[in-house]
Design a protein around this ligand. Structure first.
Ligand SMILES: Cc1ncc(COP(=O)(O)O)c(C=O)c1O
Length: 379
């Protein structure tokens, strides 16, 4: 093959394939074995597996750093924090995925880490909080409020004072931003979401350009045992093949849906960093190559009404999670772990790859049905 660097959409399709030998498979095998004949570099199924390696190779090429697959996004995040000394001061956003927030709160409560929670959109506040810290953890865009951190500025500021940086790149994907290229130490994914893309696996990944850090993370995975199954790894790689097309379609659908929601009388606020009117737009447009496909919106009514909207759809699935080909929505505060700063009536919509008119008709009709149900209950 020529030396010209391939574009990420092409890498998603071509990376992690077996060698082009005569009659060799075009796709990696699913290696179903808990152990391996002695004498080789793997040795045991908790240390390595060729199905993981194929997936890891693909994510490594997409993110630009050696990659390790984990059993879930949360186990990948836990592996990162497990490397920090007891009581280490770290800086993290006060908004983000509820599981990550709960984990950080538990570290804080037990003294495992000293977590300095910040408003991640306030770059000065984050930089000030980094003074004397060991690590900065950034999720951007944040789940579910779609706040954007100034990644290029924060990463450079952290590097200048030797603060390590980890970025949860789940919402953006490497097609939209590549934090390792900006100088971050670790990039994390809930592979469960856009990378796998079909709501059929739970998996995570960590990528880094630093060999010693990769080794420490690999040792953590070996000893904590948070390993993915070979079939899940195979499915995730199969999903990555269409990442480019899925993201292109889902993002164009998301922009259209966000625009239409902004003009709907039942909606009081739409959050989507790709809307020119969104407070996060200027920063997102300054360094991201897209805006993702999550749209969060608040209904002009209470939580019960928002629940009725989510329960009224025919096409959009009422379920948690995101990043699959199918559109999903839910009221985030239905989860007890969700931050109290997320409005009670906020619905997070993961815009899928269906025809956009079909998605819109389902949204309009669900908004309408929610009124009907409520007046039937309270005539
Ligand atoms: C931004 C983000 N990070 C991490 C996770 C955790 O990933 P997993 O559910 O694969 O453990 C999620 C899950 O929703 C997420 O949205």
């Amino acid at each position: 093959m020529s030396e010209r660097a391939l574009n990420p959409e092409t890498i998603a399709i071509s990376a992690g394939r077996p060698a082009r030998d005569t009659d060799a498979s075009v796709n990696p095998d699913i290696s179903i074995s808990s152990t391996f004949h002695a004498g080789g570099p793997i040795g045991y199924g908790r240390y390595g597996n060729s199905s993981w390696s194929a997936l890891e190779d693909a994510i490594a090429q997409l993110e630009g750093g050696a990659t390790l697959a984990f059993s879930s996004g949360m186990s990948a995040i836990s592996a990162v924090f497990s490397l920090l000394p007891i009581g280490a001061p770290i800086v993290a956003s006060n908004q983000g995925y509820s599981g990550t927030m709960a984990l950080l709160n538990s570290y804080q409560a037990s003294g495992r880490l000293e977590v300095r929670f910040v408003n991640i959109t306030d770059t000065t506040e984050v930089i000030n909080a980094m003074n004397g810290a060991a690590f900065l953890w950034i999720e951007s865009p944040t789940n579910p409020c779609l706040e954007i951190a100034d990644l290029p500025t924060l990463i450079v500021a952290a590097r200048n004072i030797s603060v390590g940086v980890g970025v949860d790149n789940t919402f953006a994907t490497p097609l939209i931003q590549k934090p390792l290229e900006m100088g971050a130490d670790i990039v994390m994914h809930s592979v469960t979401k856009y990378l796998a893309g079909h709501s059929d696996v739970i998996m995570g990944s960590l990528s880094t350009k630093i060999p010693a850090l990769h080794k420490r993370l690999e040792d953590a995975r070996k000893l904590n045992g948070a390993i993915p199954g070979p079939f899940e790894a195979w499915l995730a790689l199969r999903g990555i093949r269409t990442l480019g097309m899925r993201m292109e379609r889902a993002q164009s659908n998301a922009l259209e849906i966000a625009t239409r929601l902004s003009n709907h009388p039942d909606i009081s606020r739409v959050r989507y960093p790709g809307l020119l009117t969104d407070s996060q737009y200027p920063r997102a447009a300054s360094f991201m190559k897209g805006f993702g496909a999550i749209v969060s919106f608040e209904v002009v009514a209470d939580a019960a009404h928002a629940d009725r909207v989510c329960n009224s759809s025919d096409l959009i699935t009422h379920a948690t999670s995101l990043g699959g080909v199918e559109s999903l929505w839910e009221r985030r505060r239905r989860w007890p772990l969700e931050s109290l700063s997320v409005p009670e009536n906020l619905i997070r919509l993961s815009v899928g790859c269906e025809n956009v008119e079909d998605i819109w008709v389902d949204i309009e009709q669900s908004l309408e049905r929610a009124h009907t149900v409520s007046s039937e209950l309270f005539p």
